[in-house]
Write a protein that binds this ligand. Structure first.
Ligand SMILES: Cc1cc2nc3c(=O)[nH]c(=O)nc-3n(C[C@H](O)[C@H](O)[C@H](O)COP(=O)(O)O)c2cc1C
Length: 365
């Protein structure tokens, strides 16, 4: 079991779950964020507010089950990144017809793995029941997604707690909000280690070496970030090989876009941030692997080896060997490839200063 139970840099996503014009939700959210500021600021907790009215998700329009992690639409991928980045959630929700707002259920249904092993707290509001029936219904839904509702709640009866569209602030109410946040972060700190140890399914059913990874085929809207990552990574190559004359440093966004038609490209995100990528294609029975990159601050934790192994497994049936190139002075890369079973075929380097490594495909016994 990991001992990562600190509350260092916890990230909370506050989800605003009503969208109608004239709604009370923004005033209640503002109050909650203000009331808990002494706790969040003191402890370096970051808070992101996801107002479902601004996010504007359509009714669920993804063809595949969200558990697959294959998202067709940009709006889903943006929502996925936002939710994946969170360690815990606070849902600010009204009660509609004794239940949760449809917009909240829809936003939850869009995703799957991004919610798992994270605690959730509620700020509810309504008439006689102060929104608690909405919370009860939401709890039933979120536990299906491996979220954990905490015990403490804040429930506001509109008649008692709202005047002129604003929360009637009181020490008692502010303290209730802070107590709930303390309980939420306490649970979130512990649940982080659950994600590290047991929830490393990174998409496509692949277990990643560190927490928070998701792996998916690259899409057009990954490319700008991919270009930045590529340049960062090849600066290291330029230093190691004492040359700026490297194709990955010269490529433009259009070049990357064009490469998607000849290469299969995979991107790895860690808690929403692009941290690694690789590409491959079949050439006459050889699986050409290229542009394996890991963000400089993420090297040394197994992502490169894991991604290399993954991309090998994506080779089609007719492939007999894997091939790749790297700079002749890129010793870290060469060591990684040799550990993965590759052998150098050109010890003296090729005219462009790169070396060629190859590995036969192991056939299943
Ligand atoms: C469609 C609808 C259904 C409602 N149903 C309930 C209800 O079941 N229980 C309740 O306490 N209040 C109910 N209300 C009143 C809401 O609690 C109140 O309008 C609140 O301001 C709604 O939150 P919002 O302003 O952020 O949308 C309902 C309001 C609407 C618009």
């Amino acid at each position: 079991m990991s001992s990562n139970t600190s509350s260092a840099s916890l990230h909370i996503l506050v989800i605003v779950a009503s969208t109608r014009p004239g709604r009370l939700a923004p005033a209640i959210t503002d109050w909650f964020v203000r009331a808990t500021l002494p706790e969040t600021a003191d402890r370096g907790i970051t808070v992101d507010i996801a107002d479902l009215a601004d996010i504007g998700l359509p009714l669920l329009d993804e063809p595949e089950h969200p558990a697959s992690g294959h998202y067709l639409h940009q709006h889903t991928r943006a929502w996925s990144r936002r939710v994946a980045a969170a360690d815990a959630f606070v849902i600010v929700t009204p009660e509609y017809n004794y239940g949760m707002p449809a917009v909240l259920k829809n936003a939850v249904d869009f995703l799957y793995q991004e919610w798992a092993w994270k605690p959730v707290a509620f700020v509810s509001y309504g008439n006689t029941s102060a929104g608690t029936r909405s919370v009860q219904m939401t709890k039933q839904v979120v536990t299906t997604l491996k979220m954990m509702p905490i015990g403490a709640t804040v429930a506001l009866r509109i008649a008692d707690s709202i005047r002129d569209g604003q929360v009637v602030e009181s020490t008692r109410l502010d303290e209730a909000a802070r107590a709930m946040l303390r309980e939420l972060t306490r649970v979130a700190s512990v649940m982080r280690s659950l994600r590290t140890d047991t929830d490393t399914d990174a998409g496509d059913g692949v277990a990643g070496p560190v927490d928070g990874l998701s792996l998916a085929r690259a899409h057009a809207d990954d490319l700008a970030e991919l270009l930045v990552l590529q340049r960062c990574c090849w600066v290291q190559e330029a230093l190691a090989n004492d040359t700026l004359d490297l194709q990955p440093l010269r490529e433009t966004l259009d070049d990357l876009r064009a490469s998607l038609s000849t290469w299969q490209v995979w991107c790895v995100r860690r808690n929403g941030r692009l941290v690694a990528a690789v590409r491959a294609r079949d050439h006459a029975g050889t699986w050409l692997i290229g542009r394996l990159m890991v963000a400089p601050d993420q090297t040394g934790n197994g992502i490169g080896s894991w991604l290399l192994s993954y991309v090998e497994q994506q080779a089609p049936a007719g492939v007999a060997r894997y091939d790749l190139f790297t700079g002749h002075r890129s010793t870290r890369n060469i060591e990684l490839y040799e550990r993965a079973g590759y052998a150098l075929t050109t010890t003296g380097g090729t005219p462009d200063g790169s070396v060629h490594l190859t590995k036969p495909r192991q056939r299943a016994a």
